[in-house]
Ligand binder design. Structure first.
Ligand code: MG
Length: 138
C-alpha cells in the first residue's frame, strides 16, 4: 500500500482563523485518503471537539502537546487558562511528533516552532495572519 499524504493542522491561528479554508482543505484531503492530523497544544476536550465540529474540519488523528508531556510525567502548569511546561520540551513536541509520524506538511502560525522544523523532513507551512500581531504559542 502506498504511503498516504500526511498533513498536520494547528488549531489556534490556523483552523480557528481560517475555518472555511481549512474545512475545504481537510475535506478534500480526507476524501482523497490522506491523513489529517490535528497538532495542537491543548488536550482533546469537548470544547475542542465542538470547535472542530463547528468549523467542519475533517481529521484522522489528534495530537496534544499537553497530553504528550503529561504522559511523560511532566507537570503542566495552568496560568490564566494557558498551559506552561518545560519550554524546550514543549517547543520540540510538534516537530518530534511530525518526525515520528512522517508528516509531509505542517500548517502552523507559530514563529517559535518554525526553527524546530529546519532539519526534519516535514515541510513547515508558516501561516501568516496579518491581524494577529501577538504570537501566543501556548
Ligand atoms: Mg497556533
Amino acid at each position: 500500500m502506498k504511503k498516504p499524504l500526511k498533513i498536520g493542522l494547528d488549531i489556534h491561528g490556523v483552523i480557528d482563523t481560517f475555518p472555511l479554508k481549512f474545512k475545504l482543505l481537510s475535506a478534500a484531503l480526507v476524501n482523497d485518503g490522506c491523513e489529517v492530523h490535528i497538532v495542537t497544544g491543548l488536550r482533546r476536550e469537548a470544547s475542542i471537539d465542538q470547535l472542530l465540529l463547528d468549523a467542519g474540519i475533517q481529521f484522522t488523528h489528534y495530537f496534544s502537546i499537553v497530553t504528550h508531556l503529561e504522559d511523560q510525567g511532566l507537570v503542566v502548569d495552568w496560568r490564566e487558562g494557558l498551559p506552561y511546561a518545560d519550554e524546550e520540551k514543549w517547543n520540540l513536541a510538534k516537530s518530534e511528533y511530525c518526525t515520528a509520524q512522517n508528516i509531509d506538511f505542517m500548517f502552523d502560525d507559530s514563529p517559535t516552532y518554525l526553527g524546530t522544523f529546519s532539519e526534519i523532513d516535514t515541510t513547515y507551512l508558516h501561516v501568516i495572519n496579518p491581524d494577529r500581531k501577538v504570537y501566543v504559542t501556548r
